[in-house]
Design a protein around this ligand. Structure first.
Ligand SMILES: [Zn+2]
Length: 735
């Protein structure tokens, strides 16, 4: 992500639980900088350098919401002054006085924004909302002001084109290229009139993104399904009944049971409820988030966002927003991304038809007298799972204790990368549920960083799961270790009882931990090139590959322990999990790909007037979407696309990166297995530790010796190779 819009990239998950990622931007600048006022006593806890152990930590215990606005304003004023000094230097432009100086600027603002972003994603109360509404457009305008500063661009351009560049280290050359490219892409070369237009569009977009988010959150918080009596609970496992009872208490409806309008509540309800009428009700409530024709309806917002993006792309010299977004990632063009998606689409749809036939057969056998509808899919899929594979998710769940699996992840990180995790209590947290671990090198004891874990759902916290970096690793002026966090929305159990999670949730846990390890492994000089600051169709590779270690016998035998007996999961059950691993892949792949294809097509549509509802319907019909299912994220709730520019025309990234992860994991299985030391070292040296210091396609070739092939992905998902081969889509990389 570009420096001024990078601050928070929440890395999330597409195919299992999660919802969105977003990036934000930095604020206002005047041409003549005012003197920097003494740091306001009110805002100081947010602006001050982080103090304490571990190179300093965020002072989460000192945050008050009223501090955010003055601190952000102050941070922007400081950066404005720093940039003024760079531009007005009398020295000729050099890497050090221009590029490195720019990289050094904005430290205070960066610190405030990291904390502000934590509040935005995990403590988004009614009190915080207006702050965000006011500050987002200002921060967007501030970023533009920097990108559009012609004096600054001139200096960057001079360094970029200077013969002296060849004398710089490869990382310095990469940093120079990154800044030059980001400035050009943000409109640094435009006329003043067009610059003003781009800036105006960005501010409008920032406001619309915030509104989109808030609408979605409102529909997730304010709408829910009330279960009133025992008959309404039919089929639900006890854990779900308990969680529903707890939700009712939270909403002052003690004695009832409440199913929240979030994926982590709705999916299990749809899987287990015997009440078809209630399943339909829950399903409709969930898929209509942001689409209820009321004050929280997102359709008009989506329409405006699309229009503004198309206009901006034109101004910046791209045919469409999709072309603009793919220009500097691994795929390079929308066509290449589409090619991959289309290669997988047909075999996946064919698999859905088989899955539906299996489910219909069970319904017929039960004399249910129904035709499978979308609200039946998860319910009958679970019956097929039991019938075909004799695999009961609830039985598996009894072995999946959150605390124990977390220790399992730590063990994996120790085996692969030599990391040790030690719990610490000497750093402040923003909520009592958050726990912190120190990460160090097992052999040398050297400090690597901190890992914060915020596991449970609560009001004001976004749904899904994500990783967030509070501080990047770097050594520009001194060694700075990284601080990363993993966030999820598990339902907190009763006090003293272990939290049991599903296999899918355990996979998600490992996924987000993969992002965390990517951040923790970083070993670079400049923060802009650090950790997870890589192309968005590459960033899911480290996380997706980590998922694979959950099912290794080493993890299951030692960390998948029965919550009552403490006994490891029986081998027979593990074999069943393995046998069922390609089960329901038709559904999973199609619900994802339908979303990814609609994303790309809608952002390729240019500045035509688009009615989101019509577009969605028409596109899905053209694709041959099976009628028994819906997109994973319908447009009015597709936060990946509309809560920021982050993953717009980029939802394909997950399958793109999965091609790479499947291929990379094969490097382990071809060698000595998942814990092969030599392959793990290569993965660390060539992929996890290098950040964005080299071209990502090249980084992968350094690890694998060649470009990735699609074969391993198709095999992993249980799809035949024939279709994919016919299209010739075997190399999703390149320059
Ligand atoms: Zn992810």
């Amino acid at each position: 992500m570009p420096k001024f819009s990078r601050i928070t990239t929440l890395l999330l998950l597409a195919t299992s639980i999660a919802t969105f990622a977003f990036t934000k931007q930095s604020k206002k600048i005047n041409n003549t900088p005012e003197m920097i006022a003494d740091i306001d006593t009110i805002s100081s806890p947010l602006l001050a350098p982080w103090e304490g152990p571990y190179n300093g930590v965020p002072a989460f215990d000192k945050v008050k919401i009223e501090y955010f606005k003055p601190a952000l304003e102050q941070g922007m004023a400081e950066q404005e002054q720093e940039i003024y000094n760079i531009v007005n230097s009398t020295e000729a432009p050099t890497f050090e006085n221009s590029i490195a100086a720019l990289e050094r600027s904005g430290r205070s603002l960066d610190r405030v924004r990291r904390i502000y972003d934590v509040w935005s994603s995990t403590m988004n109360t009614a009190e915080f909302e207006p702050v965000e509404e006011e500050m987002e457009p200002k921060l967007a305008a501030f970023a533009d002001k920097i990108y559009q500063n012609s004096g600054l661009f001139k200096r960057i351009e001079t360094v970029y084109n200077s013969p002296a560049k060849a004398q710089l280290t490869p990382e310095q050359q990469r940093l120079t290229w990154r800044y030059y490219t980001d400035f050009v892409r943000a409109g640094a070369r435009l006329s003043d009139a067009d610059k003003a237009k781009v800036s105006e569009i960005n501010q409008q977009l920032a406001g619309l993104f915030t509104k989109f988010n808030q609408n979605q959150l409102a529909d997730e918080n304010d709408r829910y399904l009330e279960l009133k009596n025992e008959a309404d609970l039919k089929g639900l496992p006890q854990s779900l009944v308990d969680a529903a009872a707890a939700s009712a208490v939270d909403k002052n409806k003690k004695g009832l049971w409440i199913i929240n309008n979030t994926r982590s509540s709705i999916d299990p309800f749809l899987t287990y409820s015997d009440r078809r009428d209630l399943r339909e009700k829950a399903w409709r409530m969930f898929i209509n988030r942001g689409d209820n024709g009321d004050e929280h309806d997102n359709n008009e917002i989506v329409k405006q966002i699309l229009k503004l993006r198309a206009q901006r792309a034109k101004l910046l010299g791209y045919p469409t927003h999709a072309h603009m977004m793919l220009d500097d990632v691994m795929a390079k063009t929308p066509e290449r991304a589409m090619e991959l998606m289309e290669a997988v689409w047909k075999p996946a749809v064919a698999r859905v038809h088989q899955e539906v036939a299996d489910m219909q057969a069970i319904a017929n056998k039960e004399k249910a007298g129904i035709t499978i509808e979308p609200w039946d899919y998860r319910y009958y899929a679970e019956k097929v799972r039991k019938a075909k594979y004799d695999l009961d998710q609830n039985e598996v769940k009894q072995y999946l204790q959150l605390d124990s699996l977390r220790e399992g992840m730590f063990w994996v990180a120790g085996q692969l990368f030599g990391f040790r995790f030690t719990p610490v209590t000497d750093v402040p947290v923003y909520h009592p549920d958050v726990k912190v671990w120190k990460v160090s090198d097992k052999t040398s004891g050297k400090q690597i960083g901190l890992w914060y874990f915020d596991p449970y759902a609560r009001p004001g916290k976004r749904s899904g799961a994500w990783m967030n970096e509070y501080r990047n690793q770097e050594r520009m002026d001194k060694e700075i270790t990284t601080i990363v966090s993993n966030n999820s929305n598990f339902i907190k159990g009763k006090p003293g009882e272990p939290v049991l999670i599903s296999w899918d949730d355990a996979t998600t846990l490992f996924h987000e931990f993969g992002h965390a390890l990517h951040g923790l492994s970083s070993n670079v000089t400049y923060p802009l090139l650090s950790g997870t600051n890589v192309a968005r169709d590459y960033v899911e590779f480290p996380s997706q590959i980590l998922e694979r270690w959950l099912s290794t016998p080493e993890v299951l035998q030692h960390y998948a322990l029965h919550y009552k007996t403490g006994k490891p999961i029986p081998q027979a059950l593990v074999d069943k999990i393995k046998k069922a691993s390609t089960f329901n892949q038709g559904f999973t792949t199609v619900e994802y790909l339908a979303s990814a294809l609609v994303d790309m097509k809608i952002h390729l549509a240019g500045d035509a007037d688009i009615d989101p509802k019509d577009f969605e319907k028409k596109t899905l019909a053209e694709l041959g979407m099976p009628k028994e299912m819906v997109m994973r994220h319908r447009l009015p709730q597709f936060g990946h696309l509309f809560s920021s520019d982050g993953y717009s025309a980029g939802y394909y990234s997950y399958i793109w990166a999965d091609v790479i992860s499947a291929d990379a994991y094969q490097a382990f299985t071809e060698a000595g297995g998942p814990y092969d030391k030599a392959v793990a070292k290569r993965l660390y040296d060539k992929v996890f530790s290098v950040g964005n210091t080299i071209d990502q396609g090249e980084a992968y070739r350094n690890f694998r010796g060649r470009d990735p092939k699609i074969d391993a992905l198709m095999k992993h998902r249980g799809f035949p190779m024939a279709d994919a081969k016919a299209t010739g889509t075997t190399k999703p990389t390149g320059k």
